[in-house]
Design a protein around this ligand. Structure first.
Ligand code: NAD
Length: 492
């Protein structure tokens, strides 16, 4: 049985207070065991990160960037191996897992630009003979806690920029699919990253809290569910760290009367059902403005019915299983509850089983219409392949739904009307907005960042991380001597 232990100071550390099974969601078979860190292991990881901090922070920027470049090449070479590992532990299709590696590479590309991007500013003659400069220093030890649904990409939106900026990093990945982080640590070592600069610790809430509470940890990045995001943000802030915590979502896609319904149905199905709905930017609510609801539902019915659900490594599979038995039961329950609340099941494949994989955690694509707004299927993040379709009379009513929802990660509109699109761009209360794009995640050169209950903190991931992972120092200097005392506080 494969053992997933910790990576501390450049070595595997095979210790833990408890072992958890890592399970293949397509088969319900245990494929590995992951060791949960106790207090001693967590301390070792922080000690290692602390010991490595000063030397890495003093390493010239260009040499740090070279390590990231070498890592990038190794990640590219290992693309298929990593995709297979993601599929085995997470369940998503091999094609989708390869897509995650590609997106992760885009974030790594960004980090190779450290020397150009992590720059301060200089102004001359800001006072008589005085120059002012700002320079960016690393913050020290950074912690990244990541969710199960992107076992590679979320960590890559954090660690490479943090490392390029001269920090050391401790990664606590999800215990549900912990293997990828270990592979990344190994690749970074092969790329020449000094021991202790990147450490991986597996653990439960107690381990995460010990990491957050340690005063040596200076910055905490979290991605996961909103309740935990809020708790982590509060805890990190209370311990004096800077913090950014990204939470759940309920992304609405507004369909205007002039939208091409075939295009919309294709995009909706891909966004809502891809990765079995386990993407933070998946559309989970379609809001149809006007009379096109029934024609759209008809198209969605045929698409949802045709989706090929199977194990992620079976060729031709479009949607794999969800991550765990618990997730499967929770999603099925929310669908049942919505129907009991009065929703109409246009397609309900939620209880479907897959021949040959009867024990797998499958949930087939499901489309619900007439869902009451009070139903949990609308109010909460289902995080499964379940699409809620609502109908309203006007664009403003659709926007009001978005404004009234507690989450604000993404929101999209499909239309050929520029005025409607601009109005939507201005009024939708979401951090990432799409126009004729169903998963509007910006490229790495911008930022990933929601609004409202989808985020706690004020700094996004990717390009916005340069400011999160650095602290400015302002230097005021004068090299022309002035003679004579002056006890006043003069204007510059
Ligand atoms: P989760 O909140 O259960 O766990 C996330 C991470 O936090 C894991 O590493 C877990 O071990 C750890 N954790 C759990 N409880 C903790 C606690 N009390 N204190 C500290 N750490 C704790 O989330 P998940 O189920 O792994 O991931 C799915 C969620 O992530 C969804 O809500 C999804 O929307 C969200 N997500 C959001 C974004 C975004 O950009 N906003 C991106 C990806 C995923």
């Amino acid at each position: 049985m494969r053992r997933v232990s910790h990576w501390i100071n450049g070595q595997l550390v095979d210790e833990g207070d408890e072992d958890l099974p890592v399970v293949n969601p397509a088969t319900d078979e245990q494929i590995a065991v992951v060791r949960m860190a106790g207090p001693r292991t967590v301390r070792r990881a922080i000690d290692a990160a602390e010991a490595a901090s000063d030397a890495w922070a003093r390493t010239p920027q260009s040499r740090r960037a070279q390590v990231i470049f070498r890592f990038r090449e190794l990640l590219l070479e290992s693309r298929e191996e990593i995709a297979a590992l993601i599929t085995a532990e997470h369940g998503k299709t091999l094609d989708d897992a390869a897509g995650e590696v590609s997106r992760a590479l885009e974030s790594v590309d960004l980090a190779t630009g450290g020397p150009a991007l992590a720059q301060g500013a200089t102004s001359q003659q800001t006072g008589p003979g005085i120059d002012t400069r700002s320079v960016l220093h690393p913050v020290g030890i950074c912690l990244g806690i990541t969710p199960f649904n992107f076992p590679l990409m979320m960590g890559m939106m954090m660690a490479p920029v943090a490392l390029a900026a001269g920090n050391t990093f401790i990664w606590k990945p999800s215990e549900q699919d912990p293997g990828t982080a270990m592979k990344i640590a190994e690749l970074f070592q092969r790329a020449g990253l000094p021991d202790g600069v990147l450490n991986v610790v597996h653990g439960r809430q107690d381990a995460a809290e010990q990491l957050i509470d340690d005063p040596r940890v200076q910055a905490v990045s979290f991605v996961g569910s909103s309740a935990v995001a809020q708790a982590v943000y509060s805890r990190a802030s209370a311990s004096g760290s800077r913090a950014q915590a990204f939470g759940g979502a309920k992304n609405h896609l507004v369909v205007m009367p002039d939208a091409d319904l075939d295009v919309v149905a294709d995009q909706l199905a891909s966004s809502a059902f891809g990765a079995a709905g386990q993407r933070c930017m998946a559309v989970s609510v379609a809001v149809v403005v006007g009379e096109s609801d029934e024609p759209l539902l008809e198209r969605l019915r045929s698409r949802a019915t045709a989706v090929r659900v199977n194990a992620g490594d079976v060729p031709g599979t479009e949607v794999g299983p969800v991550v765990s038995r618990r997730a499967q039961e929770r999603i099925r329950h929310l669908v049942k509850e919505a129907i009991a609340d009065g929703a109409r099941a246009v397609v309900d494949r939620s209880t479907e089983t897959v021949p040959g994989y009867e024990s797998g955690y499958f949930v087939g694509p499901t489309v619900l219409a007439d869902v009451p707004l009070t139903s949990r299927a609308y109010q909460e993040e289902v995080f499964g392949p379940v699409l809620v379709v609502l109908r309203v009379d006007t664009l403003d009513e659709a926007i009001d739904l978005i404004r009234g929802h507690r989450y604000g990660n993404g929101a999209s509109i499909f239309t050929s009307n520029g005025a409607a699109a601009s109005h939507f761009e201005r009024e939708a209360t979401a951090g990432m907005v799409g126009v004729n794009v169903a998963i509007p995640v910006p490229v790495a050169a911008y930022a990933v960042q929601g609004w409202k209950g989808s985020v706690f903190g004020d700094t996004g991931l990717n390009n916005a991380s340069w400011s999160f992972y650095t602290r400015p120092k302002y230097i005021t200097s004068r090299w022309e001597s002035t003679v004579g005392t002056d006890f006043g506080f003069r204007p510059n």
